[in-house]
Design a protein around this ligand. Structure first.
Ligand code: ZN
Length: 494
């Protein structure tokens, strides 16, 4: 049903040519005519849609930022301006003559209603997913029937990239919510024609319910958020469950910490699993799809395989906005090539990628599509939680997170930032909560962690508090939150 196999074998030059063609078409026939936001933006900057002929020409379009979706008193529903909204007048004005003639013929041959319905299928919003927005209110991105087909297509491609060979039995433990991860996964199995049980995660069925469902279904694919999936696997192991049917684990909806895959593989090897691939995915609401890694040895990442006929990725210098070359670090910028409903162009994701994008064929699956390096950090998280005053050092808390994930004796963890004595003008304090593997000696582990943290970040935590496992699970809201609470900012807002 999809041209993925042919597409992902084309030389990069041909893929670029497909992108150039699709970009010209998308900007001049869809985005400029029908998007109120982008028509205004282009007019304000005196950009004619015809100026955009190649991927390089994108640079004349100003960036779109998260803030542009936020409502303000003047524009209480800003997100609506990003939805493609054609009407008869706009179609007549912007679509080329041959296209209008073919529409007129359709109307004569198949009737007015048919034409109206087919345009509705393409443009009428019928579905949405929203950002999880921990700091701002959620932003909705709308899908038409056309977009849902694209969501199915990216789902199909994901399962192909994961190496699914028609014998897939999957359990999806993403939380049931209007979030991309759940629905991308759901549509993947539907489009790939595979069996999938979507449990809705811990909040819907509880961890025990999930474990029992997995033991019944005996899936070869298990798909979910890293933190919750880890918790579930460990709980199943404590009950002596056999998970030997598992072959592939797919992680999504939050970054996969360094060392995580190894830790998970080690636990599963004690539950009868012989050969395991653990693959990460990357996606965001604004793109209305996700990209995945292909199977490799544990500890190696292939990077995320993108869909060059559906989007363009650029990497830019986050300070100056200048383009970065292949393989260079920078911020990911996304441009849709085939969206209806809500559509964005030159959208700054706020995600910083180490090692940027590679345009070389994948050494593991040989696909020729551009691949995004898997070391991605959300710049917004870093900004929200940076410890500017902590002993004069700017600290990236995700560095602490990585250290804790990689530490074998640590089972669950949470990092808390607070003010000394809860006084807003006092210095920041850093507290680490842990639950430990019973075989580990807490004092020795604390001391070794302190040392590792100090050498990695130049900051040592004020306190390391060991909780028992149950308390710790409550603290991180394992069963009830959509995202496990790893970072907590208790500093009072001034
Ligand atoms: Zn690959």
């Amino acid at each position: 049903m999809d041209n993925w196999n042919r597409l992902s074998a084309l030389p990069f030059k041909e893929l670029r040519e497909i992108q150039n063609q699709k970009l010209r078409h998308f900007i001049s026939r869809q985005l400029y005519p029908f998007s109120p936001y982008y028509r205004r933006l282009f007019d304000r900057h005196n950009i004619k849609p015809g100026y955009i002929k190649t991927v390089e020409d994108l640079r004349i379009i100003p960036f779109t930022k998260k803030e542009d979706f936020f409502s303000s008193p003047e524009n209480p529903q800003a997100f609506r301006d990003f939805i493609l909204q054609p009407d008869e007048k706009l179609i007549k004005k912007y679509w080329p003559k041959p296209k209008l003639i073919s529409l007129a013929l359709t109307k004569i041959i198949r009737g007015k209603d048919y034409l109206k319905k087919s345009l509705e299928r393409q443009y009428k919003p019928i579905f949405l997913t929203a950002t999880t927005g921990t700091t701002q209110s959620p932003v909705s991105f709308l899908y038409s029937d056309y977009d849902l087909r694209n969501l199915s297509r990216s789902g199909y491609r994901l399962l192909e990239v994961f190496g699914g060979k028609g014998d897939i039995r999957a359990v999806n433990i993403f939380p049931y919510a209007p979030h991309l991860a759940f629905w991308q996964t759901f549509y993947a199995a539907v489009c790939h024609n595979d069996f999938m049980l979507s449990t809705g995660g811990g909040k819907v069925m509880g961890t025990q319910g999930n474990i029992e469902a997995i033991c019944k279904v005996k899936p070869n694919f298990l798909i979910g958020v890293p933190g919750y999936l880890y918790h579930l696997v460990r709980a199943a192991k404590e009950q002596g469950k056999d998970f030997s049917f598992l072959e592939k684990i797919v992680l999504g909806a939050s970054a996969v910490p360094a060392g995580f895959k190894e830790k998970l593989a080690e636990i599963l090897s004690g539950m009868g699993v012989r050969k395991l691939s653990v693959m990460g995915t990357y996606g965001f609401t604004e793109a209305k799809c996700a990209w995945g890694e292909c199977p490799t040895e544990i500890g190696i990442s292939s990077g995320y395989h993108t869909y060059p006929d559906m989007e363009i990725f650029e990497v830019i210098d986050p300070e100056s906005g200048a383009a970065r070359k292949e393989g260079e670090d920078g911020e990911l910028v996304y441009t849709a090539l085939d969206a209806r409903g809500s559509a964005v162009v030159r959208y700054r994701t706020g995600d910083l990628v180490k090692g940027g994008i590679s345009y070389q064929p994948c050494p593991y699956c040989q696909r020729t599509v551009p691949r995004i390096n898997s070391q991605i950090y959300r710049a917004s998280n870093i900004k929200d939680l940076k410890l500017s005053k902590l002993k004069g050092t700017l600290v990236n808390l995700s560095d602490f997170g990585e250290l804790l994930e990689a530490e074998k004796g640590v089972e669950e963890w949470q990092i808390e930032v607070r003010k000394k004595d809860n006084d807003p003008y006092e210095i920041d304090e850093l507290v680490i909560y842990l639950s430990l593997n019973p075989a580990v000696e807490p004092q020795a582990l604390k001391a070794s962690l302190r040392e590792k943290m100090l050498s990695a970040t130049e900051v040592s935590p004020n306190e390391i508090i060991v909780l028992d496992h149950k308390e710790m699970l409550e603290q991180v809201e394992m069963e009830i939150a959509h995202k496990v609470k790893r970072f907590v900012d208790k500093r009072p807002k001034i």
